[in-house]
Design a protein around this ligand. Structure first.
Ligand code: M6R
Length: 603
């Protein structure tokens, strides 16, 4: 989703702004731009496509000495991803960048057009700069003009605005979209959509609250909410940049697949004590009055939710339902205060998930977030959060975030089971043993990776893929298919294996590829029959199983684990690597697939 960077100070601005945008590339974008105000002169540059295009356009531009700058990567919502629609947008003497959606922009635009204002772009964002200039022309000070502008906007926004009227200040506003302000001892000020561009520059940061706005210059930060002046609440910023490197891997996604063993050790750290699951975060949390768990999420996080729903019912004996957040928000759901509302999100900024959380809170439900990004909007709003500790995930296609989500949810099912007195000692022992083994299961076997690399060349054509599985392997099939379609652009669907005969089997022929997840610990004979039915119709079968399967066209032999979750995690890695290798062979951009964004902050 769009990314924002801003700077006030004496540093060379072009370099800082472009580097900052680079740090935000993982969010996804299709055009970019910068504007720098220096000695009463504004220079601006925009380019569609990758950041390299903007870097090329600005190669001769430098701005030394005090100045201010704003920079933006745009992910198109209103208007095509063209250069003219790229940010910043300008009026006569001011420039704006915006992330989010201005819902009432049409009304404002019509009103301004009626007053003679011309618009250059098709974006909703352009209204902001014209509205601001309208108030300036009505003789309001820049501060009042900005406040009036913000008060006129409905929707979600992170905004930075600069103007020749106030050449030393950046005006900022935040509602429902992340925006951070940072500073250091050299009186430099920084703005960003996330910590990433500020690391190594700012010592401390303010995570702006929804509804806050203000203006900042070298000397001060004036922060307001509801017209009341607020005291900025600075937090120290971690200075580690190690995550930003690919560590010798070809892609961030590949590095993140290999990292799963390490990050899951982190996820487990301190959470198993005396052979029991222990969540410090939940020490005050009482599950006794909870009769049901409702989980809400999107995309990969939804698949983790779906997998965990089997665990909550099977292990904790508690009713569990799972909802796609974008559906939940408009279905007028019946919510019961005895339901625990569980939110799952890697980024903590997904607009649909965030909105679902707000609805549940409004209905008075207890809320618990499973999230990877501390201080994200979802973390700040939910009653309690369990952090997944996956580290920053840069590949748009989520891998290690999924692994850590499933792991946390499995731990949580055991925690709930114990809290409700439903966990036998025997079951607890078996589960803890398997939990402790996850980091080992997730160590990537290089020979297996090589085999998948070789195998991938056979799967570059055909009219589609079915990933099939049963029980917890059904959500894993959904996730395997999502991974493949995200980065290969091939059509892939996940299906419960037993459902194929109710329709999808009609597609079966030799160019329909079926990736069959055939664990030995859960319903092996059932899935075997389902795969045989497909094979009888000449579908090409790639079987993943610890048991030899004679009808397979291709076979990946897995370890004979005794616990279904161990088999789950091993098969997860195989489907991730398969998707990666197919995508590489097709020459696609593995880390930044077309049309996708890492953090989906619009609905
Ligand atoms: O940050 P979130 O977990 O809330 O994101 C939800 C989805 O947008 C995300 O999982 C998406 O499906 C990924 N690209 C999957 O690889």
């Amino acid at each position: 989703m769009c990314g924002i960077v801003g700077y006030i100070g004496k540093r060379e601005k072009r370099e800082f702004l472009l580097d900052g945008l680079k740090e935000l590339e993982y969010r996804g974008y299709d055009s970019a731009g910068i504007a720098v105000l220096h000695q009463s002169e504004i220079n601006y540059f925009k380019a569609s496509g990758k950041l390299d295009n903007l870097t090329e356009k600005t190669k001769d531009f430098r701005s030394l000495g005090f100045g201010i700058g704003i920079a933006h990567t745009r992910w198109a919502t209103h208007g095509k991803p063209t250069e003219i629609n790229a940010h910043p947008h300008w009026g006569e003497f001011s420039f704006v960048i915006h992330n989010g959606i201005i819902e009432n922009y049409m009304e404002i635009k019509k009103e301004l057009q009626g007053e003679g204002v011309s618009f250059l772009s098709q974006t909703d964002s352009e209204v902001i700069v014209h509205l601001f200039e309208k108030y300036i022309k009505q003789n309001f000070t820049a501060q009042v003009a900005f406040e009036k502008t913000i008060n006129s906007l409905k929707g979600a926004y992170a905004i930075l605005l600069i103007s020749k009227i106030a050449p030393e200040s950046i005006f900022f506003a935040k509602n429902a979209v992340p925006l951070i302000v940072g500073r250091n001892a050299k009186d430099e000020l920084f703005f960003g959509s996330s910590d990433a561009p500020l690391i190594g520059f700012a010592d401390e940061v303010i995570y702006l609250e929804d509804g806050s706005y203000g203006w900042a210059n070298e000397k001060e930060i004036n922060l307001y909410k509801n017209s009341q002046k607020m005291q900025p609440n600075f937090k120290l910023l971690n200075s580690s940049k190690i995550y930003a490197q690919k560590d010798g891997f070809r892609f961030f996604m590949e590095k993140e697949i290999y990292e799963q063993s390490i990050v899951t050790s982190e996820t487990l750290m301190g959470r198993i004590k005396d052979d029991k699951v222990f969540f410090e975060e939940l020490s005050e949390y009482d599950f006794n009055d909870i009769e049901e768990i409702k989980i809400c999420a999107c995309g990969t996080s939804y698949h983790a939710a779906l997998a965990s729903s089997y665990l909550f019912e099977r292990i904790a004996k508690i009713r569990c339902s799972v909802e796609i957040a974008s559906e939940f928000r408009y279905k007028e759901p019946l919510l019961d205060k005895k339901t625990l509302f569980l939110i799952i999100s890697q980024s903590g900024e997904t607009a649909d998930t965030l909105q679902a959380l707000k609805m549940a809170k409004k209905a008075g439900l207890k809320t618990l977030a499973v999230c990877n990004v501390d201080n994200s909007s979802i973390v700040r709003i939910s009653d309690v959060t369990i952090l997944t500790r996956a580290g920053i995930e840069k590949g748009v296609a989520s891998t290690k975030a999924f692994a850590t989500q499933v792991l946390v949810l499995w731990l949580l099912s055991l925690h709930v089971a114990r809290s409700k007195g439903k966990l036998s000692e025997d079951l607890c022992k078996t589960e803890i043993k398997a939990l402790r083994g996850v980091p080992t299961v997730l160590k990537v076997n290089e020979e297996l990776h090589e085999k998948l690399h070789r195998l991938s060349k056979r799967y570059l054509h055909g009219h589609g893929f079915f990933f099939i599985g049963r029980d917890i392997f059904f959500p894993l099939a959904l996730e395997g298919a999502l991974k493949l379609k995200e980065i290969s652009y091939l059509h892939a669907e996940g299906y419960p294996a037993g459902e194929m005969k109710h329709g999808p089997i009609a597609l079966a022929d030799s160019t329909l590829f079926t990736v069959a997840l055939m664990p030995q610990t859960l319903l092996y004979d059932k899935i075997k029959s389902n795969v045989e039915e497909l094979s009888a119709r000449d579908a090409t079968i790639l079987a993943i199983s610890p048991k030899e399967f004679a009808l397979a066209d291709d076979f990946i032999k897995t370890q004979p684990y005794e616990h279904p979750m161990s088999e789950f995690f091993e098969m997860m890695v195989i489907t991730q690597l398969l998707a990666l290798e197919i995508s590489v062979r097709l020459g696609n951009d593995v880390d930044m697939p077309r049309n996708l964004a890492k953090s989906v902050t619009v609905e």
